[in-house]
Design a protein around this ligand. Structure first.
Ligand code: SF4
Ligand code: SF4
Length: 249
């Protein structure tokens, strides 16, 4: 079984939340408003094992557990385009774009054998999946695999930082465990959004003052864009809270 895919660079998938590696989050702190997002994945889901391996596992009861994906994320409302999307649908940072964007349409957050559904474009996406497009996936294997492998490697490497970070939060902050338990009740996985500043103490080589200097103008710009819109109140509150937190640095 072979699947074909060609990105026509329509830019339609460049909106809303963008999961980033830790490296990408820090590199692009002057571009994206950052958050740490925990996403629950049920035991019955195909992505359970890979999520547990790269994230952590929360024991809900003796037998029941849930895997938790831990993602530094460009935290942008779904209706907002990525700030790096150009007017003609291109990427302003194409040569340096995040690993997540480079690996598209594949995703190392899922098993290699489970990539097929990602090759079905969502409504409005102008991806070419006709037989005229190059073959990209055969017998459940990614053919041109450099970026997929790179993303898989990065997720594995950063697990040694992200897992203890999430485990410590879950045991020390009861509200995080309660929020995850509640998120786990959603069939497609629920999410818990945490301030990006919560990961900073675990990043030994990061100059927090310099990080804050890059991130603050981005948060201020997004706080301004979301001000006064009731539907975006949660986002606005998040940006405002993080501005206060980062101003301390
Ligand atoms: S960084 Fe570039 S490729 Fe990635 S979402 Fe933004 S515009 Fe799209
Ligand atoms: S929606 Fe498809 S064609 Fe458009 S930019 Fe994204 S991957 Fe490329």
């Amino acid at each position: 079984m072979e699947k074909h895919f060609h990105c026509t660079a329509c830019g339609k998938c460049c909106s809303g939340w963008l999961p980033l590696t830790l490296d990408d989050a820090l590199t692009h702190a002057g571009r994206f408003p950052l958050a740490m997002i925990l996403t629950t994945v049920r035991q019955s889901a195909r992505a359970y094992k890979v999520t547990a391996r790269n994230g952590t596992v929360l024991h809900l009861s003796k037998k029941k557990r849930v895997a938790v994906q831990i993602s530094p994320t460009s935290y942008i409302p779904p209706a907002f385009s990525c700030p790096e999307l150009t007017d003609d649908g291109g990427c302003a940072i194409h040569a340096h774009k995040p690993v997540r964007c480079r690996a598209m349409p594949f995703s190392a957050y899922r098993d290699e054998s489970d990539q097929g559904p990602l090759l079905n474009p969502r409504d409005g996406w102008l991806c070419d999946t006709s037989s005229a497009a190059p073959p990209v996936y055969r017998d459940k294997q990614v053919l041109e695999r450099q970026d997929f492998d790179l993303e898989a490697r990065r997720l594995k490497e950063q697990a040694s930082i992200l897992r203890p970070y999430a485990d410590a939060l879950i045991s020390a902050a009861p509200n995080v465990a309660v929020a995850l338990e509640s998120a786990s009740k959603k069939a497609q996985g629920g999410t818990v959004v945490l301030n990006f500043t919560t990961i900073l103490p675990r990043l030994k080589d990061v100059d927090t003052a310099s990080f804050a200097k890059q991130q603050l103008p981005v948060l201020r710009a997004f706080a301004k864009k979301t001000a006064g819109d009731k539907k975006l109140a949660d986002y606005h509150q998040y940006y405002a809270q993080n501005i206060k937190g980062l101003e301390r640095f």
